[in-house]
Design a protein around this ligand. Structure first.
Ligand SMILES: C[S@@+](CC[C@H](N)C(=O)[O-])C[C@H]1O[C@@H](n2cnc3c(N)ncnc32)[C@H](O)[C@@H]1O
Length: 250
């Protein structure tokens, strides 16, 4: 992803919060049991920092990493306004480095799928493993091939003044890549300005993910289908998976 992608998405991400899925019940079920032992954490590909701020509010020493300068700026601003000590780092998830090892790294809302190439996964997982204490956890969710097939080749329209947004999705049958072209129309007074953005995602099978996690030094690898966590939403079984993996204790 070029670092200027997510410019308009960053600016209007919270405004059009339809983008964001309610992750509360998944976090509660999966992270709930380990959170009491977490003293430090990193929200990787933090976006506008929702999870980073929640972690910091719990008194957890929190870092937040994102490649988009605009996402970093927004997260910093929100942390400052809420007087929360979140340390925001602009970096690529393939080679980010934290000032200290942490007990938890989370990477939510299919952020991992944003890696430019499928083969970037081992590099990203090695960086995550390096950032974790032995015994620390990596929590993330990914879109699967089924989501690309069933959901991505679609057109969506969202409107919330001053924004109208058309999104044209695409997916080649059988391929592990999908994309969305976003056409933004942003109103200033009576004038509408048009901007374009392009987002791509790649995906992995469950066995590829498991193998890559093991190779990067994770054990106790568990996964959950996301559908039961999104009762009120149209997430069909197989579309999205939550993963929790432990960095091997030394
Ligand atoms: C769908 S958003 C998810 C944001 C946030 N985690 C959330 O739950 O709302 C994906 C995020 O990944 C970031 N991103 C994409 N590629 C990245 C990379 N290579 N390294 C770090 N962040 C990246 C984007 O800037 C964006 O903030």
């Amino acid at each position: 992803m070029a670092s200027d992608n997510y410019r308009w998405l960053a600016k209007y991400y919270d405004h059009l919060h339809e983008f964001r899925r309610p992750f509360t019940s998944a976090r509660k079920a999966i992270l709930g049991p380990i959170l009491p032992g977490v003293a430090s954490a990193c929200d990787l590909a933090c976006g506008t920092g929702e999870m980073a701020l929640l972690l910091a509010k719990k008194g957890i020493r929190t870092f937040a990493v994102d490649l988009s300068p605009e996402m970093c700026r927004i997260t910093r601003k929100k942390a400052r306004e809420q007087k929360l000590p979140v340390h925001v780092i602009e970096a690529d998830m393939r080679d980010f480095a934290l000032p200290q090892r942490v007990d938890l790294i989370n990477c939510e809302f299919d952020a991992l799928n944003h890696l430019p190439r499928q083969q970037d996964l081992p590099r990203a997982l090695r960086s995550v493993a390096k950032g974790l204490q032995p015994g620390g956890h990596f929590f993330f969710d990914v879109n699967n091939q089924l989501a690309f097939e069933r959901v991505w080749a679609n057109t969506w329209f969202l409107e919330k003044d001053p924004v109208a947004l058309v999104m044209y999705g695409g997916h080649k049958p059988g391929a592990n890549r999908a994309w969305i072209d976003l056409e933004w129309f942003i109103r200033t007074g009576k004038l509408w300005k048009r901007h374009q953005e392009h987002i791509e995602e790649v995906c992995w099978s469950a066995s590829e993910m498991r193998q890559a996690l093991r190779k990067a030094g994770f054990d106790q690898i568990r996964c959950w289908d996301a559908a039961p966590f999104f009762k009120e939403e149209l997430t069909r079984p197989g579309n999205r998976t939550f993963w929790l993996a432990r960095r091997k204790a030394d």
